[in-house]
Design a protein around this ligand. Structure first.
Ligand code: CTP
Length: 401
């Protein structure tokens, strides 16, 4: 399953590092090219010789030695996946704050591939608010943080904090990244994100609170999975994702978004409309700044085109179209109705009633409905995790088992 894949395995200073030998062996057995980067502390738990013998590659620890410099940028760029296992509380905290005092952290900061971390630590460290904060932050960056196991810990205590078994880690890599990547490689994907701005006069506009984060997370996860992504984004203060496979187009108004979408839609395999498009715009745009005069000012608004519905009309049988619905209550029938009316394959519903859900924060809580009658409900997650769920759900209807 891992033939042709390059996996950079980061090993940090935890007693669970002894499992890295088995992990390398399983990854190599699946066909992966494994390059191991160890932190200096990890070398106290397992020898580089063990890991270089099993991976059949030299093991890297230092950014530079007397006669060699290791190109961490290229390590992170050539990899199909950066897996950090075991990931200690210390390394996770440094990753969350951008510290960069060893080769593994430098590789992480310059990686353009998905990053997966398998934490390992004692239970008290696992539940400490500092570790929780670090994990939350890493998830908001898109790091795929695996669960930990419950059981005997190195301290002699029992509890949460054991690293998953190597077999489970390999299974997660296959399920969460490798299979989707094989299905999405070179697929053309259009993702829209952020709000639109509808001008009233040269200095004012009508808009909404969309941050673009959901669409940006979708674009990033699609790109990580090998798709060619066209990201069309409205104005938001959040920086859009940078990736060699993401092409960004900026728009301001719903009309510009419509034009940009319609121009490329025929070539797309998958389209996900995550943008919060204005439903109405001022009928007339004043050419001069409107001066204040009377106690009331009336603006005449006209309806914008429902871009998603328009794309739904043009959709060909090989194309997949996904829309969003933001409702003030959780209403499955409304979502289903919208999916049908707009000729969608899938609709993602988020309810304004759910704490932590919606379009300006880092998290979202969604339900997914598809045209084959499936209905899925998910817990509150960081938007990258939500993006992952949306893509997995779409792939499951594109390629039913
Ligand atoms: N959408 C669109 N063009 C518009 C309005 C919305 O393409 N002019 C798309 C959004 O990108 C999103 C979905 O339609 O995928 C969201 O629709 P929703 O917010 O639920 O609004 P409407 O369907 O317009 O219905 P209403 O506002 O009445 O709830």
């Amino acid at each position: 399953m891992l033939e042709g894949q390059t996996i950079v395995l980061g090993v940090t200073g935890s007693i669970a590092a002894y499992k890295s030998a088995e992990l390398v062996r399983l990854l190599v057995k699946e066909g992966a090219r494994v390059k191991v980067v160890m932190t200096p502390e990890a070398r106290q738990f397992i020898t580089p010789l063990t890991l270089s013998t099993l991976s059949r590659h030299p093991v890297y620890t230092e950014v530079a030695t007397d006669d060699e410099w290791h190109n961490h940028v290229m390590l992170g760029r050539e990899a199909d996946l950066l897996l950090i296992a075991p990931a200690t509380a210390h390394t996770l905290a440094k990753m969350a704050t951008g510290l960069c005092d060893n080769l593994l952290l430098a590789t992480y900061l310059s990686a353009t591939c998905p990053v997966m971390a398998a934490p390992a630590m004692d239970e008290d460290m696992w539940w400490h608010p500092a570790t929780r904060d670090a994990l939350n932050k890493l998830q908001s960056f898109g790091v795929d943080v695996l669960e930990v196991d419950h059981g005997d810990l190195a301290s002699g205590l029992q509890g949460w904090g054991r690293m998953l078994e190597p077999q489970q880690i390999v299974q997660s890599i296959l399920e969460r990244w490798i299979k989707p990547t094989q299905l999405l490689k070179n697929k053309k994907v259009l993702v829209t994100a952020g709000p639109t701005r509808e001008p009233i006069d040269p200095v004012r506009y009508i808009s909404n609170h969309s941050s673009g984060k959901m669409g940006f997370a979708l674009a990033k996860v699609f790109a990580w999975m090998g798709a060619q992504v066209h990201l069309i984004a409205g104005p938001t203060p959040v920086p859009p994702p940078q990736h060699p496979r993401i092409r960004l187009t900026r728009i301001e108004t719903a009309a510009q978004l419509q034009q940009a979408c319609e121009a490329i839609f025929p070539e797309m395999d998958i389209t996900v409309m995550a943008a919060a498009v204005a439903d109405y715009r001022p009928q007339q745009i004043a050419s001069q700044k409107i001066k204040k005069q009377d106690s009331h000012l009336e603006l005449q608004l006209e309806k914008t085109t429902d871009i998603l519905a328009e794309l739904g009309k043009r959709k060909q049988p090989h194309q997949w179209l996904v829309g969003f619905a933001l409702e003030s209550r959780h209403d499955a029938s409304l979502a289903r109705e919208k999916m049908q009316q707009k000729n969608l394959d899938m609709i993602v519903l988020n309810s304004l009633d759910d704490a932590g859900a919606g379009f300006s924060g880092d998290t979202n809580k969604i339900s997914i409905f598809d045209r084959f009658g499936h209905e899925m409900h998910y817990p509150l997650k960081h938007k990258h995790g939500v993006a992952h769920d949306i893509i997995q759900a779409l792939l499951s209807i594109m390629h039913p088992a």
